[in-house]
Ligand binder design. Structure first.
Ligand SMILES: C[S@@+](CC[C@H](N)C(=O)[O-])C[C@H]1O[C@@H](n2cnc3c(N)ncnc32)[C@H](O)[C@@H]1O
Length: 217
């Protein structure tokens, strides 16, 4: 069950996405008790806003689950754009594939099965890309950031979800719930992207936190 603060409820009511494909996937996620792992429609709208606002034409996503966020993004990309989505789980991948095949999107979605960093390394010769959306294993965020610093173009975006780490970054009582190595890695991820000499960046205070950084050099 996704946690609903009054702010989120307001956001979901007024700045959500009304779309039959996303509604269908939302239902699948609820039935599988996995809604908490996926972006909300209002968060999907943030990704669409970034894609349209920054003229993004190619996106690589790490961590696709049932395809909700990848399908949101492919609905905002231009017809000649590229949406590449990477998923490691053999349970989630076929469901994402089926959802991608039946959804109405603006540009094709290329689904890749495998471990995030291995697939990213295979993709590197096809870059640079305009944007990376990081939403997979938290312990991999620094590896994904290192890849992004080499393979996202200047002016492009590095976006990471769950960067409040469920409050463990500042709430001592939650520290036991999240491995201390993970806390260190996400702290480093945010600190590196907060550097104004290298990035034009923000951390959007959604319930889970989305770090957004535009590469300056
Ligand atoms: C939070 S969910 C992604 C949600 C999705 N972005 C959405 O909003 O619809 C994280 C996903 O990352 C996948 N994952 C975990 N470790 C991974 C890795 N090393 N490489 C690729 N995918 C991974 C999990 O199987 C899971 O489906």
């Amino acid at each position: 069950m996704r946690t609903h603060t009054p702010e989120q409820t307001y956001l979901d009511k007024n700045f959500s996405l009304s779309d039959p494909d996303l509604a269908r996937i939302g239902k699948q996620l609820r039935e599988a008790n996995l809604e908490y792992m996926s972006m909300s429609p209002a968060e999907g709208r943030i990704l669409q806003f970034l894609i349209r606002g920054f003229g993004i034409r190619s996106v690589v996503e790490v961590g696709t689950l049932f395809g909700f966020s990848a399908i949101c993004m492919a609905k905002a990309l231009p017809p000649d754009g590229r949406m590449i989505a990477i998923e490691k789980s053999g349970d989630n991948f076929p469901i994402a594939m089926q959802n991608v095949q039946v959804s109405q999107v603006n540009c094709p979605i290329e689904l890749r099965f495998g471990d995030g960093i291995s697939v990213l390394n295979e993709l590197a010769p096809e870059g640079p890309f305009d944007m990376i959306f990081i939403d997979a294993n938290k312990n991999g965020y620094i590896d994904y950031l290192n890849w992004a610093e080499r393979n996202i173009r200047v002016g492009g975006l590095i976006v990471g979800d769950n960067t409040f780490l469920w409050g463990a970054l500042w709430n001592q009582s939650r520290v036991g719930e999240v491995n201390s190595e993970t806390i260190k890695l996400i702290e480093e991820f945010n600190q590196r992207l907060a550097d104004p000499a290298r990035y034009n960046s923000i951390l959007i205070p959604t319930f889970e936190g989305i770090t957004v950084a535009q590469k300056l050099n």
